[in-house]
Design a protein. Structure first.
Length: 254
């Protein structure tokens, strides 16, 4: 590892962070709490870059997140809570513990076995936590959260026996939603979404990725309608639904 360019690059970032905390008025006044929202923003920017399959942008956004990793660690080191070496050694030790098929004598022949081992070890390490679901952050977006809760419950055996049972549940929830009235509609719609997320999980579909792909598709087709209206010099509101739908179908084919 001597003269490893990766280590040199990381050391350079650490030295720059030391300079910024010592000399830059803005960086010096930041706290762990004050940069939290910036970290969330950077995470979403990375997500966009991944969805766009833009490797150059992914590289840039990973750099921004690496900066935040170092930033949090630097702030914590100033109050003697932890430093970057504690952070990195911590994740290294966790990876070794949770990959006993690599660093121990456990056999895991497929990805599902690896995931089961991971969750079992994680649960054993978290004896102070009240629930299998404790590791799912409350602030996680609802669609992703429902997927993660279902995955964690399934790892300990709380799951449907077959995919057909999962689809039966979707149809049951759909019928209940159709019959619901007033406020109960919202409750039943939530149940319907939850059951659809579960069916997606059984089909190895990430529901958040699937919905985002549809969002992008909708945006692209709707912007084609807007572009047509602009080219024709007409107000979007003056177009009929039939006219809009014709352009939509054209954009769909292209």
């Amino acid at each position: 590892m001597q003269n490893d360019p990766r280590l040199a690059a990381f050391e350079r970032l650490l030295n720059i962070m030391d300079d910024l905390r010592a000399k830059c008025p803005w960086d010096r006044e930041q706290t762990i709490e004050s940069i939290r929202h910036l970290t969330i923003e950077e995470t979403y920017e990375l997500s966009d870059a991944i969805l766009n399959e833009d490797m150059e942008e992914i590289k840039k956004e990973l750099g921004d997140l690496a900066l935040h990793l170092v930033f949090y660690s630097k702030i914590a080191s100033e109050t003697n809570h932890f430093d970057i070496s504690d952070v990195l050694n911590g994740i290294c030790e966790k990876l070794i513990r949770r990959h006993p098929h690599i660093y121990g004598d456990v056999i895991a022949e497929n990805p599902d076995a690896v995931k089961r081992n991971w969750e079992q070890i994680k649960q054993a390490e978290s004896k102070g936590k009240k629930s299998v679901l404790s590791g799912v952050p409350n602030s996680m977006p609802s669609l992703v959260k429902s997927m993660r809760m279902q995955e964690k419950a399934a790892q300990v055996g709380f799951d449907w026996p077959a995919k057909s049972d999962v689809w039966d549940k979707v149809e049951e929830e759909l019928n209940e939603f159709k019959e619901a009235q007033g406020q109960e509609q919202q409750n039943e719609f939530g149940d319907l979404l939850f059951s659809l997320v579960n069916y997606a999980r059984w089909n190895n579909i990430n529901p958040d990725d699937a919905l985002e792909a549809t969002n992008k598709k909708f945006r692209r087709r709707f912007e084609a309608i807007e572009s047509f209206a602009k080219q024709q010099g007409i107000a979007l509101q003056s177009m009929t639904l039939e006219e809009m739908d014709a352009i939509w179908e054209k954009a769909k084919k292209s």
